[in-house]
Design a binder for this molecule. Structure first.
Ligand code: NAD
Length: 281
């Protein structure tokens, strides 16, 4: 099956790598040549690192790299069996995208979103055939993180979630079925983790490095909240919090923070821009 991926940022490139390594031809679409070139470089570098560690042969790396075909043309999705989007976390942008691509894919093609927080049912509602729509939520970095949430919309045809779970098993992932509620499982649990960490910082209880140190060294977390937000990107993380907050009818437990909003406004997006809570330059 040929896989189409829209958005070649952190997630789109990672998912393309996973699918290509599993043997699929991947059509990877973005708005700019520069974004596509960055994605290809990152996929190549990641796969070569795996080869250096002896986890893949050189030939397997070259074959996987060659299976990722960059494109800027939706018509290249006409023979895809699954098209998954990983563009900006914005309902209008994603709905508009699905309205546009639905006319270029085959009747059998499954449409999916990697959204972290938006309603899968609202995204499906933008489609003429919402029964073929589903949420497939990978975690960052997609090649390393095994968990994938599979989220059927209200309109999704029975059986599709199981087909997607089987596909994900074949890709070496561990799929879990989640209900279509804001943030699904992991991003809902994670909101108070980030929010409370920022509140500790704002109250002057400790600095970011100390809070990260305490949660990792003493708390056993793999990454501290500030290092993790910098890794995810404040644009993505803030929008997810905003979306969970509004979707839960402004429940104060999920309230976004001004501190993070200011980082976003300053363009301090975290690792990807060279600066966030920490300075990476
Ligand atoms: P990113 O900013 O790294 O990449 C987004 C890419 O989409 C960019 O390359 C951009 O040029 C492209 N794009 C934007 N609009 C487009 C359009 N209309 N058509 C084609 N390309 C377009 O973002 P990301 O971190 O990869 O996140 C993408 C999606 O995945 C979001 O919905 C996010 O919530 C979700 N997600 C992110 C993470 C994370 O940790 N970053 C984890 C899981 C899910």
């Amino acid at each position: 099956m040929i896989i189409g991926i829209i958005g070649s940022g952190a997630m789109g490139a990672g998912i393309a790598q996973v699918a290509a390594t599993a043997g699929h031809t991947v059509r990877l679409l973005d708005q700019t040549e520069a974004a596509l070139a960055r994605a290809q470089q990152s996929i190549q570098a990641n796969l070569r690192k795996l080869a250096e560690k002896g986890k893949l042969t050189g030939a397997a790396v070259e074959a996987a790299v060659a299976r990722v075909q960059p494109t800027r043309d939706y018509l290249d999705f006409s023979d895809c069996g699954l098209v998954l989007e990983a563009i900006v976390e914005n309902l209008d942008a994603k709905q508009q995208l699905f309205r546009q691509i639905e006319s270029t894919v085959s009747a059998e093609c499954v449409l999916a979103s990697n959204t972290s927080s938006l309603s899968i049912t609202s995204l499906a509602a933008a489609c003429q055939h919402p029964e073929r729509f589903i949420g497939i939520h990978f975690f960052n970095p997609a090649p390393l993180m095994q968990l994938v949430e599979v989220i059927p919309a209200v309109q999704t045809r029975p059986g599709l979630a199981n087909e997607i779970k089987q596909l994900l098993h074949a890709w070496g992932k561990v799929p879990v079925l989640a209900q279509d509620t804001p943030g699904f499982i992991v991003n809902r649990v994670a909101r108070p983790f980030y929010g409370e960490a920022i509140r500790l910082l704002e109250e002057g209880l400790a600095d970011a490095a100390t809070i990260d140190w305490a949660t990792t060294e003493l708390g056993g977390f793999r990454m501290g909240p500030f290092a993790l937000m910098d890794f995810i990107g404040h644009d993505v993380n803030y929008r997810v919090t905003e979306s969970v907050f509004t979707s839960f009818f402004y429940d104060p437990r999920y309230k976004p923070s001004f501190t993070q909003k200011r980082l976003l406004e300053a363009g301090y997006l975290g690792r990807k821009s060279g600066r966030g809570f920490y300075n990476y330059q």
